[in-house]
Design a protein around this ligand. Sequence first.
Ligand code: DLL
Length: 433
Amino acid sequence: MIFNMEFETLPREALEAIQLRRLSANLERVYATVPFYRKKFDEAGFKPGDLKSLEDLSKLPFTTKQDLRDNYPFGMFAVPMDNVVRIHASSGTTGQPTVVGYTARDVQNWAELMARSLAAGGASRGDIIHNAYGYGLFTGGLGIHYGAERLGASVIPISGGNTRRQVMIMRDFGPTILTCTPSYALHLAEAAQEMGVDFANLKFKSGIFGAEPWSETMRVEIEKKLHLSAVDIYGLSEVMGPGVAIECIEAKKGLHIMEDHFLPEIIDPDTGEPKPPGETGELVFTSLTKEAFPVIRYRTRDISSLNYAPCSCGRTFCRMARVSGRTDDMLIIRGVNVFPSQIESVLMEMSEVEPHYQLVVDREGNLDTLTVMVEVGEGAFSDEVKDLLSLEAKITKNIKETLGVSTKVKLVEPKTIARSEGKAQRVIDNRKI
Ligand code: DLL
């Protein structure tokens, strides 16, 4: 179902006119209110009034995560604290969180975009949404929550964790839509099985999964184990939270970006040069309507591409390809670039292993080595040692053939790899210790 027929099906020309108008107003606003942007624009010799077309955006400087850190905690806010009604923060891996703020209108807009997203993922009034994204500083829980209420669905604000209790509530309350990270979805499936609860007997129609990279083969695995239709949702705190882009359940071929609120670009991460539609590079977003925390050409470090072809669902917003990884997640193993999601794809295609894995990077001498730890199914460890060794060899060979990289593969017993309640930690990098 399309939640906002007027905006989600705008012809491109009308959409671009709205984008240009909103962008101009946004540039005026940030120039007047955020010293960081004023300085950056001045250095680039750019005045907000210079913007004549959407292409002129490329004359503006980028904003990076480091810029946000330098202005920690509230230095990038474009309104006085009197007008900020909500604060969220992303934990990040390096300690200092990135802090973002919302005005009352920002919260309203976010709820609208999340209502659109949930509708695109198969939800409508009358659905019961089991929301297992974490509530708190993380944007997942409250983002989905406000969208669900805006849609008119019932929301169970279960948050992450206490997995067995979640399964009990799923069985008793009969939720129809599941929202959580894809790794937690698999954890829930496993816990249900242990408790003798069969997902086939639950009422789920669809699941809206995101906040971490997951592969197409992982989707197949989740759909099979949870008996639901799985769609991908993307977002980041710096731009808003969940609901920046969503796959439509009709096509599941790329994520529609909410283009009336966010302007996407793809750039070459090394040179910063814009790349044409279809080419892969780093995603960059400019917010068009955000009041408290607008961003101009924010470098997400997420890798994707843009597709402007019409979609069978009727939405006219362009689609971004599933995020394959982050520029800073890329491992360089003996000169070969590897993303964890590529390894995941190879593993998930093999029926002998479970969808639980972790990658361990070490340095031996001057060489980086990658060990792939993956769980095998119950009972496999009672098999002959030679069978396990040949399975390890088979996985090593499949990875080598697909990615061109040599890895060590270590099969581990079921349930030895830590389960996540939010974002899974896929990589342990011992080089950084
Ligand atoms: O993860 C917002 C979110 C909540 C999205 C719930 C979807 C569902 P952050 O904690 O700021 O915000 O992390 C943002 O997570 O830059 C990506 O690297 C990654 N990410 C988010 N969604 C996806 C996805 C939330 N669908 C960072 N696929 C982003 C791959 C994703 N990576």
